[in-house]
Design a protein around this ligand. Structure first.
Ligand code: GDD
Ligand code: MN
Length: 419
């Protein structure tokens, strides 16, 4: 008879990254039964670690305190460590003596954040599965709100930095731009998946086991949520705002490889579209809203062309400078009309000048990126294809209108109040 303590040192699953429909100890009708050493639990939380020796004691202590109170003996913590050089796995194993709901998996042959999470979920006994970083940058207390959302019927509850109550501590502008840039790239390559949540980069969420069971996952790098959204059977999604904290010990393992992995992951999901989960669902393009956006754009066009004529033809300013001034005035004109007509319903859910200024800033940033795209297209059509300056400008504006509509809908006017 193996002592209970050893049952908490988990063997590493191998083979396909596929989660069973029922925790090993459950019979097919989902009835929990006490199978020898192990019984199933309600909630399994995976904590992926790599060199978290400075954080592991505190994260296990804090998580145990919260969950002992909320669901005594009906949860488990599963630390999945990739053979950390700082022996995080060994520290975690020692903690199993004081924390009976802690189980530890030490992977030696496999590495990577997202596969660590799935291997942990494969060994999990919970009906609800979750993931939280092991470095205390994801506030543990948010867990209870995520679990409450699942109780209220959500299939997936995501801790988001981009809804009410969300934010990042003091990320550099570069990291913010990289994070948002990655999100925009996802909105281009995989709109039906990435547009479903406000923070697709989140590594902090809980999901119903049955929503992701039986799907063979093939994640890459860090973004496990994209894999769950893309391949899972996720109907209802809840979002809870959280503020991404500063690390107390150790450092981030994010390198450029995570960014290239992310791109590779998007393309792989894109190419497997049609065979999996959400990608089969057709996205309902908001045509009515797009038509209103286009009409507003037409007023912007009048402003754009009128100012371009005055600056370029009458005052003799250079074409590019005239186009930039004309475009900026058109952007402000368009924001005003879009905020009080095209997206009036969404703006109405986010009242107040602070939120309006934030929307204007996002609108301007997206439209300025659109302006750069427009200037490139304008010069391509005018200098490259020798088109007439106004025809070139018109074509460029048409293409950029699509760009501006899609990203403003997803990022500027997205309702950020928690569902
Ligand atoms: N097992 C395992 N294997 N764990 C890993 C690995 C790995 O290869 N790489 C990182 N981890 C663990 C870290 O120990 C930490 O607990 C967690 O995964 C996050 O790693 P960080 O390197 O701290 O990532 P971050 O803080 O820059 O970004 C995190 O938060 C973002 C916002 O939610 C990650 O979770 C990102 O995926 C997420 O987008
Ligand atoms: Mn971190």
């Amino acid at each position: 008879m193996i002592t209970d303590q050893y049952s908490r040192i988990l063997p590493v699953p191998s083979g396909a990254l596929q989660i069973q429909r029922f925790p090993q100890e459950c019979s097919p009708d989902g009835v929990r039964k006490n199978a020898g050493l192990m019984t199933s639990v309600h909630f399994s939380l995976v904590v992926p670690t790599y060199n978290e020796g400075g954080n592991i004691d505190k994260i296990i202590r804090v998580l145990s305190q919260i969950l002992d109170q909320a669901m005594p003996n009906d949860y488990e913590l599963i630390v999945v460590d990739d053979d950390s050089p700082d022996l995080t796995w060994e520290q975690a194993q020692k903690l199993t003596i004081d924390y009976p709901n802690l189980r530890v998996m030490r992977r030696v042959d496999e590495r990577g954040l997202s596969t660590a999470v799935i291997r942990g979920w494969q060994a999990a006994r919970g009906e609800v599965l979750g993931v939280i970083d092991g470095d205390l940058q994801h506030p543990p207390e948010v867990l209870l709100q995520l679990l409450a959302s699942i109780e209220s019927g959500a299939d997936l509850a995501v801790a988001s930095r981009h809804v009410d109550g969300g934010g990042v501590s003091d990320w550099s502008l570069t990291r913010r731009i990289l994070s948002r840039g990655a999100q925009m790239l996802g909105l281009i390559l995989l709109p039906r998946v990435i547009s479903r949540v406000s923070d697709p980069m989140s590594g902090y969420f809980v999901v119903r086991r049955r929503a992701i069971a039986d799907q063979v996952m093939s994640p890459l790098g860090y973004k496990i949520l994209i894999e769950v959204l893309g391949r899972g059977n996720i109907e209802r999604i809840a979002e809870v705002g959280y503020v991404f904290q500063e690390r107390e010990a150790g450092e981030s393992k994010v390198t450029w490889k995570q960014y290239t992995d992310y791109l590779h992951h998007l393309l792989r999901l894109r190419l497997s579209s049609g065979q999996i989960g959400q990608l089969r669902q057709t996205i309902s393009f908001p045509l009515g809203r797009f038509i209103r956006f286009g009409l507003v754009g037409a007023t912007g066009l009048v402003v754009d062309m009128g100012v371009l004529y005055v600056l370029y033809d009458v005052l003799g300013l250079g074409l590019t400078r005239s186009a930039i001034f004309a475009a900026e005035l058109a952007i402000i004109n368009n924001f005003i009309w879009n905020d009080c007509w095209t997206f009036k319903d969404l703006a109405g859910k986010q009242r107040g000048w602070r939120k309006r200024i934030k929307r204007l800033a996002k609108f301007n940033a997206i439209c300025l990126m659109g302006l750069i795209l427009k200037i490139l297209l304008l010069n391509l059509f005018f200098n490259g294809l020798q088109l007439n300056a106004y025809l070139a400008n018109l074509l460029a504006i048409a293409l950029v209108t699509l760009w501006n509509f899609w990203f403003n809908l997803q990022l500027s006017w997205r309702v950020t109040e928690t569902k």
